[in-house]
Design a binder for this molecule. Structure first.
Ligand code: AMP
Length: 219
């Protein structure tokens, strides 16, 4: 079965963690526009340079740039067996541009998964978030490493995203409400939205996601 899902939810709601775990379970790619843009920044490509100032201010990168990156990614072989889109589309304009890609390519989205989290915990989740190159994630308030800034799993130094600070996190939530939240109605009208309570333990959220999507892990 081919599973094609869009993950929606406010910044800090945990959609990156859930999308990556689900993608592993289903053996399909986790396509995360935020990470793809951060890779472009690290490479200092033209696209990265253009996106960087928007990202550091908590604003959306230009839609044409993101859509170009996404379209190329969706055409790759591994995405033909399904995918999880995390962070795209992020505005009605992008949703419209995605409709055009879908009609061109024949891609059909089956579910839009919306992770609902109380707003008062979002900023803490982002501002205290740190991660390791090995993929392990921490939160210095809720899940601190045993030794400060050192990964428990592999011993590498932890890093923090440039936009994970209180000020930019607040701006990102504002951008989400203005630009991305309207997509919940947009996709509700298409009967695609499945809501999940994101205020629970990580494993419980994942179990709920598997259940609302009606999928199970690929052995
Ligand atoms: P994320 O890793 O999903 O929190 O995204 C980090 C930042 O990357 C966002 O605050 C935006 O500046 C940018 N970004 C990620 N996805 C998109 C998108 N679909 N459209 C525009 N900007 C994006």
């Amino acid at each position: 079965m081919t599973t094609r899902v869009i993950f929606l939810g406010a910044p800090g709601c945990g959609k990156g963690t859930q999308a990556s775990q689900l993608a592993k379970l289903l053996n399909i790619p986790h396509i995360d526009t935020g990470s793809m843009l951060r890779e472009e920044i690290a490479l200092q490509s033209e696209e990265g340079k253009l996106a960087e100032s928007f990202m550091n201010q908590g604003q959306l990168a230009p839609a044409t740039l993101v859509v170009r990156i996404i379209k190329n990614r969706l055409l790759r072989d591994d995405a033909q067996k399904g995918f999880i889109l995390d962070g795209f589309p992020r505005s009605p304009e992008q949703a419209q541009m995605f409709e055009d890609i879908m009609s061109e390519t024949g891609i059909v989205i089956q579910h839009v998964l919306n992770i609902e989290v109380d707003e008062n915990i979002l900023i803490d989740r982002m501002a205290f978030r740190k991660s390791c190159v090995c993929g392990e994630k921490y939160n210095t308030k809720f899940k601190a490493p045993k030794v400060e800034d050192v990964c428990d799993k592999c011993g590498a130094a932890l890093t923090q995203r440039a936009d994970d600070n209180v000020e930019t996190a607040a701006k990102r939530i504002e951008t989400y409400k203005k630009e991305t939240e309207p997509l919940i109605n947009y996709y509700t009208e298409k009967n695609l939205v499945r809501n999940v309570n994101g205020n629970q333990e990580i494993d419980k959220i994942l179990a709920d996601i598997l259940s609302v999507l009606g999928v199970s892990a690929v052995k």
